[in-house]
Ligand binder design. Structure first.
Ligand code: NAD
Ligand code: AKB
Length: 318
């Protein structure tokens, strides 16, 4: 992978669930000083940083352009966003940050000749999509968050067609990890349940036991992201702004049972709240055959491997 205007990498929203692990992986691949992490928090709030860090609001296009020009940034991983549960509580802010922030980054990419990775989500699908969602189908989400993700994919296509910018994205399923907390999404129950199981032996889950959603362990999500960004451009087709990727699916009850096999006495109750509606509007599983054909994606972690990795990771952290 070669940078265009420069070889450095900028990550927005770097302190979030994905950014925490993506920055680590990118620094291993490219060297610590080549990867600039950025987020809304100031440096003194972040503490001792293990590499370059900047306070950067993605709504401030001029600042992004200035940083990219001064630092010689060639690639941006744009992660700053509001997730579904937080976004539905404040739809205006969700639109502002998710769509406005994406336009800022694309404008900077246009002016500084940069490549961009920007995640989409399974939230692009609405209740009318097949429950095993194909790559191509009508996208009619019923959440504002989902609408911003559809708009992000459309903007990526427009910027690529109009200005020739290389913009790539993955429709991430719910991501499960332990290094940083989940950031206010509907799929957060599949993350919170682990810490609750280890600390309290009990979790009160905010979706019904039969709620089935596509999910992925973070190691696989990071690997998919790096693979997609390393793939030669000529191999990628019309879905490059938002690939479905193969992952695994389980119900909330299947997850609780898998944890109970490992954590003696673990008990889970289910008290669905408003997030149930968002979960019900999303598919049960997704068809990742286009990503498999174009850049050979397949995940390594299944439900049992993920449960073991989560419990080991959290136990070693505590
Ligand atoms: P997160 O909420 O954990 O992190 C987002 C980060 O963005 C936060 O650190 C926040 O401080 C920062 N941020 C918010 N507003 C900002 C602004 N104006 N300027 C700069 N930074 C700002 O989210 P995440 O889980 O790491 O998700 C990253 C991306 O991946 C998002 O686009 C999200 O929609 C997408 N995604 C995540 C998942 C998942 O399960 N985590 C699934 C599908 C898609
Ligand atoms: C959320 O639940 O909001 C995210 C997502 C699937 O986009 N995890």
């Amino acid at each position: 992978m070669s940078g265009l205007s420069g070889d450095k990498i900028l990550v927005t929203g770097a302190l979030g669930q994905i950014g925490t692990e993506l920055v680590e992986a990118l620094r291993k691949q490219h060297g610590v000083s080549s990867v600039i992490a950025s987020d809304l928090r100031s440096v003194d709030q972040v503490g001792e940083s293990e590499g370059p860090y900047l306070k950067l609001d993605v709504l401030n296009t001029d600042s992004i352009i200035e940083v990219c020009k001064n630092e010689g940034v060639g690639t941006v991983y744009h992660l700053a966003a509001l997730l579904s549960a937080t976004g539905e509580k404040n739809p205006a802010l969700c639109r502002k940050v998710n769509v406005g922030g994406t336009i800022s980054v694309f404008e900077a990419a246009r002016q500084c000749s940069m490549r961009v990775f920007t995640p989409s989500s399974i939230a692009v699908f609405g209740p009318d999509a097949p429950k095993h969602a194909p790559q191509i189908t009508d996208l009619n989400p019923t959440t504002v968050y989902g609408e911003t993700k559809v708009e992000g994919e459309q903007l990526a296509k427009e910027y690529e067609e109009t200005y020739g910018i290389d913009i790539r994205g993955i429709r991430y399923p719910g991501l499960i990890s332990y290094k940083a907390p989940a950031g206010g999404g509907t799929t957060d129950y599949a993350v919170e349940i682990f810490e609750a199981a280890l600390n309290n032996g009990y979790y009160d889950c905010f979706v019904r036991p039969d709620t089935r959603l596509p999910m992925l362990y973070m190691d696989d999500a990071i690997r998919a992201t790096l693979m997609l960004m390393d793939e030669p451009s000529e191999n990628l087709g019309a879905s490059k702004a938002g690939y479905n990727i193969d992952c695994f699916s389980f119900t909330a009850e299947e997850l609780a049972n898998a944890i109970a096999k490992e954590v003696d006495g673990f008990k889970c109750d289910f008290s669905p709240d408003v997030r149930q509606n968002y979960a019900d509007s999303w598919p049960d599983s997704i068809d990742g055959s286009v990503a498999k054909e174009e850049w050979n994606w397949s995940p390594e972690f299944d439900l049992d491997a993920m449960v073991k990795a989560m419990l080991d990771g959290l136990s070693n952290k505590q």
